[in-house]
Ligand binder design. Structure first.
Ligand code: SF4
Length: 503
């Protein structure tokens, strides 16, 4: 165990906790829970530590599994048969770029907020920031409480796109205090933030038999689009209903949409590196002309092998087998024999950068081989659309796993793609790593329920090593610092109990 110069007794988090201001009345419900549970346990060490909050509501295991399952199922829009159905518009005839251009200039559309930024940021700071994280940052991202040393990744937590989306959502509530507010999907993949919005009476458009029920939205209602964006068909359905649209789509995601629109104009097929069924990839595909979604380098290599007639690695076979493999992840009428002659690359912003680059390279080499190096620009188009914020979190994670750590805590929504990639980095390095979405996954006792990066849920007893420990900590781009604090408080609580038993 290395010596850590900067340290504090184990009761330090409790002192910090008391400094926290009370949230305003508007969000009192959860605060009352916190306040009621700041109970002191017996014993000298325990007197100053807060008890963790009770777990329930959206944190229930089953609820999160349902969210995850739902995300994997592609959704279908249900349109009013009497209206001019948006879905009847064939992709080839429909100019999504012109539609988006006109929509963003209409008076019922807002993507910049309503002038309440200062007060909503204050509110968010009270809700989501953490004094423990502040202490860590002030001390070079490393600090010791009692016998627990925490090493925090240099980049972690809320990215600016997520912060911006949540802030605009808060502004919308303030701007429209009495109107019904809907959202087409979770604003971000974090249960704490989503619960907050529920408390603010922001309702998710219901889904029946896999179809979003837009009929529930009335003229004059407000509808928010989440940070991952929304499919063009959803925007069409909403614009036909004369609702106020508040668009929180991250500009990085819009940048990818611009890219696939460019492919479409040049008659290139968009090869989208992403997860079929993920909201962002669904939205991106809706702006593309012809598209094919590949989830990893293995699938991309299969596509390249098909382009080269089996001469790359022999992994592909017939046209029928290709369509069976990718039919669900390709545009309507996709034909691998005619639609892979000109291709452009695009990505879901939270895929691993290295893998997107690898896919771009294998495609480029394939098209060079097929059509000649001198013709590659006529057959391949690529621009960098990988999000900087997510890249920084990955790079920081690679740096953190080089440290001497007893275990890693990866904190973020269980349906968060970027968090799963962070978890994978720790796992690949052989560090015991636990991906949890809230402190409620810890306990009772020394037990933890966590997710592996490929989605499996597991439980483990006695997961915390005895004695002094060093924990690496990171959090996904949708995770407020407060959630990280709650997790650390729970760990400190367990270690405090261990000390009490030894005393
Ligand atoms: S991770 Fe990147 S693309 Fe996603 S919301 Fe954040 S800034 Fe935007």
């Amino acid at each position: 165990m290395e010596t850590i110069a900067k340290s504090a007794p184990l009761n330090r988090p409790a002192e910090l906790w008391r400094l926290k201001k009370r949230p305003p009345k508007m969000l009192l419900q959860e605060d009352e829970q916190v306040s009621n549970n700041t109970l002191h346990s017996a014993g000298e060490i325990g007197n100053t530590l807060p008890r963790p909050r009770p777990c329930g509501g959206p944190f229930r295991l089953q609820a999160s599994i349902l969210v995850q399952d739902r995300q994997e199922d592609p959704l279908v829009l249900r349109c009013d048969a009497s209206s001019s159905s948006s879905l009847a518009v064939e992709a080839a005839e429909f100019d999504a770029k012109a539609f988006r251009h006109n929509l963003t200039r209409s008076k019922n559309y807002n993507r910049k907020g309503f002038g309440h930024k200062v007060e909503t940021m204050e509110l968010m700071n009270r809700e989501y920031t953490s004094d423990i994280i502040k202490t860590l940052k002030e001390n070079g991202n490393e600090y010791t409480w009692g016998n627990v040393t925490v090493k925090l990744a240099e980049a972690f937590g809320f990215c600016w796109g997520v912060e911006r989306a949540v802030q605009i959502a808060y502004e919308a509530r303030k701007q429209f205090p009495t109107e019904k507010i809907w959202i087409t999907n979770e604003i971000i993949h974090n249960p704490t933030v989503n619960k907050r919005l529920e408390e603010m009476e922001v309702k998710t458009i219901p889904i029946e038999e896999g179809e979003k029920q837009f009929d529930i939205v009335d003229k004059g209602d407000v509808v928010m689009l989440p940070a991952f964006g929304a499919a063009v068909e959803e925007m069409l359905a909403l614009s036909e209903r004369s609702v106020q649209i508040v668009d929180t789509t991250c500009p990085w995601v819009s940048k990818v949409w611009n890219m696939v629109e460019k492919h479409k104009r040049g008659d290139y097929t968009s090869i989208i590196h992403g997860k079929y069924g993920h909201e962002e990839t669904t939205a991106t595909a809706s702006f593309a002309g012809k598209y094919l979604i590949v989830k990893n380098i293995k699938e991309a290599t299969y596509v390249c092998d098909y382009i080269l007639g089996g001469e790359l690695d022999g992994s592909s076979s017939t046209r029928e087998a290709f369509l069976e493999k990718f039919g669900h992840a390709a545009s309507k009428g996709f034909d691998p024999d005619t639609d892979l002659i000109k291709v452009g690359i695009a990505n879901q912003t939270t895929m691993l950068k290295g893998e997107t680059e690898e896919i771009g390279k294998v495609l480029e080499r394939t098209l060079m081989r097929k059509f000649g190096v001198e013709n590659v620009n006529k057959h391949f188009m690529a621009f960098n659309t990988i999000c900087d914020a997510f890249q920084e979190r990955q790079d920081a994670m690679y740096k953190l796993v080089d440290e001497k750590l007893d275990l890693m805590l990866v904190i973020g929504g269980w349906n968060s793609n970027n968090t799963s990639h962070l978890q994978k980095i720790a796992k690949d390095r052989g560090i015991p790593s636990y991906w949890i979405d809230s402190e409620c996954r810890i306990g009772p006792g020394d037990k933890i329920a966590y997710k592996l990066n490929h989605g499996e849920l597991v439980e483990k007893e006695n997961w915390l090593p005895k004695g002094p420990i060093t924990i690496g900590v990171t959090s996904g781009a949708s995770t407020p610092d407060k959630v990280v604090e709650d997790v650390l408080v729970k760990v400190f609580d367990l270690k405090r109990e261990e000390l009490l038993q030894l005393a």
